[in-house]
Design a binder for this molecule. Structure first.
Ligand code: MG
Length: 269
């Protein structure tokens, strides 16, 4: 990378206070951290930058995800340094005074919601949650479709159809689950959360008391990370993963091939 490109990236990093870091595909791949992730986050801490790992992955409870990430990345994270759709749907349900839920969500997320005072109710739910259901089964699918056909509203934790997985594979995610449900019921979710939706940025601004001009989004997906940046006037760095194709429609402020490369650029700061 040319010296002037490196200089521009350093200036961009220096000028921002809150870093929104994508997880899967940027810092780690499923359960393995990429080279440089640990050093990059340590460098941010040294530079006194605030950061949030902003992931769309709600396949686990926040508690278990935090434990896993702390282990993977070799860094002890605070609760507010990880933001999942879990946090945003809990906030939504609290605000709307919704208690009883059912849905296509993992057993782990279901347990988390129950711990927070929500009630898993397969008979009379007030809301159906569609998420990254790694415990999907046919009975559950029929039940959820029946509730929606009977008029219960449904919300979507995030829209990604596929999640990056080991061996360059991608596995079915919430976006595919909701396609099944929408096909079957001819209905669409009343609310969508996670990246790239504005509700996520609004939640961050309110919870962390910061403004768009101080944020920097770093992520590997044009249609979520970079789209959210562009639509909200937030600067961004695209982690290309060595892809040769240029982004279409949504253009990042800067791009690098990996988090390791980004660390190499900022390590002398
Ligand atoms: Mg990603």
């Amino acid at each position: 990378m040319a010296y002037k490109d490196r200089k521009r990236i350093m200036e961009l990093v220096a000028s921002k206070d809150l870093f929104l870091l994508d997880g899967d595909g940027t810092l780690y791949l499923w359960d393995k951290a990429y080279n440089g992730s640990n050093l990059f986050i340590k460098k941010l801490k040294e530079l006194k930058k605030n950061f949030i790992i902003l992931s769309n992955n709600d396949s686990q409870s926040k508690e278990n995800r935090l434990k896993l990430l702390s282990k993977e990345l070799g860094i002890k994270f605070e609760e507010n340094q990880l933001l999942l759709p879990n946090d945003i749907i809990e906030d939504f349900m609290l605000k709307k005074h919704i208690k009883r839920f059912d849905g296509l969500i993992s057993e782990d997320l279901k347990k988390e919601l129950s711990k927070k005072g929500f009630i898993a109710d397969i008979k009379r739910p007030e809301i159906i949650i569609i998420g990254f259901d790694v415990d999907l089964n046919y009975k559950k699918l029929i039940r959820v479709i029946t509730h929606i056909n009977n008029g219960v509203k449904f919300i979507l934790t995030h829209s990604d159809p596929l999640c990056p997985y080991k061996n360059k594979q991608e596995i079915p995610d919430a976006g595919l689950m909701v396609n099944m449900v929408s096909e079957a019921t001819k209905k669409t979710p009343s609310n969508k959360f996670g990246k790239p939706y504005k509700s996520t940025i609004n939640y961050i601004i309110k919870k962390y008391g910061c403004n768009r001009g101080n944020m920097l989004i770093i992520g590997d997906r044009i249609n979520t990370d970079i789209k959210m940046a562009v639509e909200n006037d937030i600067s961004s760095i695209w982690i290309t993963g060595g892809k040769r194709t240029n982004p279409v429609n949504y253009y990042p402020t800067e791009s690098v091939s990996s988090i390791g490369e980004l660390y190499n650029i900022i390590k002398m700061m």
